[in-house]
Design a protein around this ligand. Structure first.
Ligand SMILES: Nc1ncnc2c1ncn2[C@@H]1O[C@H](COP(=O)(O)OP(=O)(O)OP(=O)(O)O)[C@@H](O)[C@H]1O
Ligand SMILES: [Mg+2]
Length: 282
């Protein structure tokens, strides 16, 4: 099957400032793909290009249509939750949904199912201006998936949300993927990326520093894993995972001195720091 998103040497500049330099990527059907990078890396810029909102250099295609030329036939298959809120604050939750339903030609009857799924049942008549951040985020997601898009863009979908709202959004993402939606998400949250994404790209200053499955990326850079031991005296000891550690580990085990022991492999944040010298989060 052809890639849903295909980028070849994509570049983008604002004036003399080059924001994206030579991005090449293929994103497959039913993938959850994460674009990870610190603030200013170019994540939102890439989504804006992919959704036909920004000019660019190189080739960028979604569903085999050049992004600069996508029209209504392609927009019908796309949903997006962008960092700027696309909701009407003076309208109620239901009226916002009705507006999106009309734009996408979706029957009114489909709305209650989506409202239930994002956990907004009972809040239909409340004006969106009175919604909390998490409720707005869930309503944005509801509006974005109402027409069952084949490709969904999520720009930091859980940023600033409490863990249980974030978990609801994650479970909806998994359900969408099961039903055939490809998801492109951006995040600073390496834990979210590790758990949710089939593949991630690590974006730094407009360049992809690494791309692959989170597990494989972490393994690739895991040159030396460690064991972290907490002793019965609450002392924390790190031992390299190598034969030289066997004597010390055996001594602690035989002496009944171990309270906890676990292995520590680098996470995506550590890999990012190693590759770029920069932290993913502030
Ligand atoms: N319309 C614009 N005009 C000029 N510069 C812009 C514009 N949009 C983005 N930029 C610049 O492009 C760079 C990348 O911005 P972008 O919003 O893509 O970053 P990001 O990775 O999404 O960051 P964040 O995690 O903070 O959302 C930044 O330096 C930003 O200042
Ligand atoms: Mg952004």
């Amino acid at each position: 099957m052809k890639a849903v998103i295909n980028l070849k040497n994509v570049t983008c500049s604002f004036g003399s400032k080059q924001v994206l330099s030579g991005i090449s990527l293929e994103i497959r059907h039913k993938e959850i793909f994460g674009m990870l990078g610190p603030s200013g890396a170019g994540k939102t810029t890439l989504i804006n290009i992919l959704t036909g909102q920004l000019p660019y250099g190189g080739e960028a295609r979604i569903f085999d249509t050049e992004c600069a030329r996508i029209g209504h036939d392609v927009y019908r298959d796309i949903g997006a939750v962008l960092d700027k809120c696309g909701l009407y604050e003076r309208l109620s939750c239901m009226d916002n949904m009705l507006l999106f339903a009309r734009i996408h030609n979706v029957p009114r009857i489909a709305i209650s199912d989506v409202i239930n799924k994002v956990g907004l049942k009972g809040s239909e008549r409340i004006k969106v201006g009175k919604f909390s951040k998490g409720m707005k985020q869930r309503l944005q997601l509801a509006c974005a998936v109402l027409h069952k898009p084949k490709l969904l863009f999520l720009d930091e979908p859980t940023s600033g949300l409490d863990p249980s709202t974030a978990a609801e959004i994650h479970s909806l993402m998994r359900e969408l993927r099961e039903n055939g939606t490809t998801i492109f998400l951006t995040t600073h949250n390496m834990d979210e990326a590790y758990r949710m994404c089939d593949r991630v790209a690590l974006l730094n200053e407009g360049i992809i520093a690494e791309c692959g499955s989170p597990y494989e990326i972490c393994r690739k850079y895991c040159t030396q894993s460690e064991f972290i031991i907490v002793t019965s005296d609450n002392e924390k000891i790190s031992l390299p995972n190598s034969p030289e550690s066997a004597g010390k580990a055996a001594e602690l085990i035989l002496g009944g001195k171990i309270r906890t022991i676990h292995s520590a492999e680098p996470d995506l944040g550590t890999v990012f720091l190693k590759l770029t010298g920069r932290k993913l989060t502030k």
